[in-house]
Design a protein around this ligand. Structure first.
Ligand SMILES: [Zn+2]
Length: 213
């Protein structure tokens, strides 16, 4: 079932190491099928190079396995919690990408000091609290703190991103690491100043409504 979405979820997962966002088996991407409401997610503990479309696990919105021979990602219940609370979300990613996770390690949001952040995130990237892996506790932190941003940091853990598709969630994961690296570098040179809120709103509107083809 959901052969096309399984292929896409496999491709989006395999893109994570290509963009240097994960090592070994950490990190995952899932996507929700708009027709059935079922979720396709990476299997637990499989290396990205070995991932195949048919290994992707199909679960319902409560995390029960509907199809799949392998155990789903250990973050599955948190992904499901986010999908239940956010009907607008059809893709989720999770990584421990280094620069963004460095902000998470000290529990600090990434301040909005770059136009690219106004474009993509509409402000600072918030930092949620600490939660243990394995239940929906991480999902609760994500929903509570993400606001209108497509990305949120998880204190002492990593990054979660959401989007209208798995590809959008993947893009947000790439962008959050890119801006986190630049902001970190800027902090070595001085104290970067936040962009005023009204300019952030203008940047975000232009990028979301006018930019592109
Ligand atoms: Zn993690």
């Amino acid at each position: 079932m959901l052969e096309t979405l399984k292929q896409q979820v496999c491709d989006w997962n395999r893109a994570l190491p290509r963009y240097n966002l994960v090592v070994w088996t950490s990190g995952n991407v899932s996507a929700r099928d708009p027709q059935t409401g079922l979720i396709v997610i990476k299997p637990s503990g499989i290396e990205f190079d070995d991932l195949r479309p048919e290994q992707q696990v199909v679960v319902d919105v409560d995390g029960n396995v509907v199809e799949g021979l392998l155990k789903p990602s250990s973050d599955t219940l948190s992904h499901c919690y986010i999908y239940r609370q956010r009907p607008d979300v059809f893709g989720i990613s999770h990584t421990h990408s280094n620069y963004a996770t460095a902000f998470a390690a000290v529990g600090k949001p990434i301040p909005c000091v770059l136009t690219a952040m106004g474009d993509e995130f509409g402000g600072a990237v918030p930092c949620a609290g600490f939660a243990l892996i394995g239940s929906e506790a991480i999902g609760q932190q994500v929903v509570e703190h993400i606001g209108n941003s497509p990305a949120v940091l998880l204190q002492r853990h990593g990054v979660f991103t959401v989007g209208k598709s798995g590809k959008d969630a993947l893009k947000a994961a790439v962008m959050v690491e890119d801006i986190a690296k630049t902001v970190w570098l800027a902090m070595q040179l001085g104290t970067p100043e936040p962009i005023p809120a009204e300019d952030v709103a203008k940047l975000n509107f232009r990028y979301q409504n006018i930019y592109g083809q």
